[in-house]
Design a protein around this ligand. Structure first.
Ligand code: TYM
Length: 375
């Protein structure tokens, strides 16, 4: 398996990954603490979609003592948003609601310009606008959320970035990110930029503000560096909570915009989404007769994964689906139809909210509101 911020491939063994990255398991005790605050255990926690962390217990300890934390997450605007990206954002919104936390949302237009040698700057700019609509459609609180473009809002970032960069050596970032002699020097500096928002809440307020970063585990390499640098600059080490990847609709692998036929984009029409789902890889048998007799395998089935990650919230219902699949009571065609209907409903709702977001985007952008969020 390969898991880096720019490549995720192979069969992902999350336990092994967590050991290699040096992260900690989300223990039952931590889940109980989160449940106490929220009044309920979020689906993504119940199903261990968020599965690992760093310093989450410390963040909760501090919160219990009356010290609030800030949230930080982000998006690299290189194309349309797919429903895999939305997984950590839904959970981030949940955390914002429960803890009344400010959210710093970084839009790494610079990263996407630098990493793709053939991209013009106009492309990430255009996608940053489009993707911001998706982010707003997830339902973040405009009073407590700011979307920061690295390029357009560089005046808020650069001073901290150079302070961070001074404590990062080329040999570290080369080892962590796999840079080569041929890598452009923009992307070599970029890791300092992605670390900055973790320190912004403290730098802006002049107080030490804990920061919690919800994201899929591919972004973890940045946080390892940020945690090394933090004490050198007098900031608390940023904490993380890591999710797994929503798989693509093909055989194995995470959902990725570079394989559009196996990714459902938030802007897909219902017909296009349905076609992709009807062509999805499942754990079904070669013939109907065999499937009725032997049952199918939900543990390799992308349709089942979609229900599990996003669309079938009710635990009894998903258990029943699993049983029906294993026993051959349900066929893949029926299962795909059920998912397609749910996805169609979700897309309709999301796209309405996305349209509405066009009138409210200024309430979220750093260029119009600055970085000051309430206490
Ligand atoms: P990006 O745009 O690749 O991904 C945005 C967010 O989506 C997560 N993600 C997924 N989650 C579940 N299933 C998937 N299939 C899937 N694919 C991607 C990513 O982990 C991420 O949380 N460099 C970053 C942008 C960034 C950022 C951050 C992300 C800047 N600061 C802080 C997270 C936290 C990027 O290109 O993300």
């Amino acid at each position: 398996m390969v898991v880096t911020p720019w490549e995720v491939s192979g069969r992902i063994d999350y336990e092994k990954l967590s050991r290699e990255f040096g992260t900690e398991d989300l223990t039952p005790e931590l889940l109980v603490r989160l449940q106490k605050h929220a009044g309920t255990l979020h689906t993504q926690l119940r199903r261990r979609i968020f599965f690992s962390h760093r310093d989450l217990s410390w963040v909760l300890d501090e919160y219990d003592k009356g010290r609030k934390f800030a949230l930080y997450t982000g998006r690299g605007p290189s194309g349309p948003v797919h429903i895999g990206h939305v997984v950590p954002w839904i959970f981030t919104k949940h955390l914002q609601d429960v803890f009344q936390a400010n959210l710093y949302f970084q839009m790494t237009d610079d990263e996407k310009f630098l990493i793709h040698q053939d991209k013009s700057l106009e492309e990430p700019y255009r996608w940053a606008y489009e993707n911001s609509l998706d982010i707003i459609a997830v339902g973040f609180d405009p009073k407590r959320t700011v979307i920061i473009s690295d390029i357009k809002n560089i005046q808020h970032i650069y001073e901290l970035a150079v302070r961070v960069a001074k404590h990062m050596t080329f040999s570290t970032v080369r080892a962590v990110f796999g840079f080569q002699d041929s890598s452009n020097i923009g992307i070599i500096f970029f890791p300092a930029i992605q670390c900055v928002p973790a320190f912004l809440p403290s730098a802006i307020s002049g107080k030490s503000v804990p920061c919690l970063i919800p994201a899929a585990i591919d972004q973890d390499p940045y946080w390892r560096i940020a945690r090394d640098v933090a004490p050198k600059l007098g900031f608390p080490k940023p904490a993380q909570i890591h999710s797994k990847f929503l798989p693509g609709l093909g055989k194995g692998g995470k959902m990725s915009a570079s394989m559009p036929e196996t990714a459902v984009f938030t802007t897909d029409s219902p017909e296009v989404a349905e076609r992709k789902i009807m062509n999805a890889f499942t754990g079904g048998r070669a013939t109907t007769e065999e499937q009725r007799r032997l049952g199918a395998n939900p543990d390799i089935c992308s349709v089942y994964f979609y229900e599990y990650y996003l669309f079938m919230d009710d635990d009894k219902e998903i258990e029943e689906l699993r049983r029906n699949c294993l026993s051959g009571n349900i066929l893949c065609g029926e299962c795909k139809q059920i998912l397609a209907e749910r996805v169609r409903r979700y897309l309709k709702e999301h796209q309405l909210k996305r349209e509405k977001a066009k009138d409210h985007i200024q309430e979220f952008l750093a260029e119009s509101k600055g970085l000051n969020l309430p206490d």
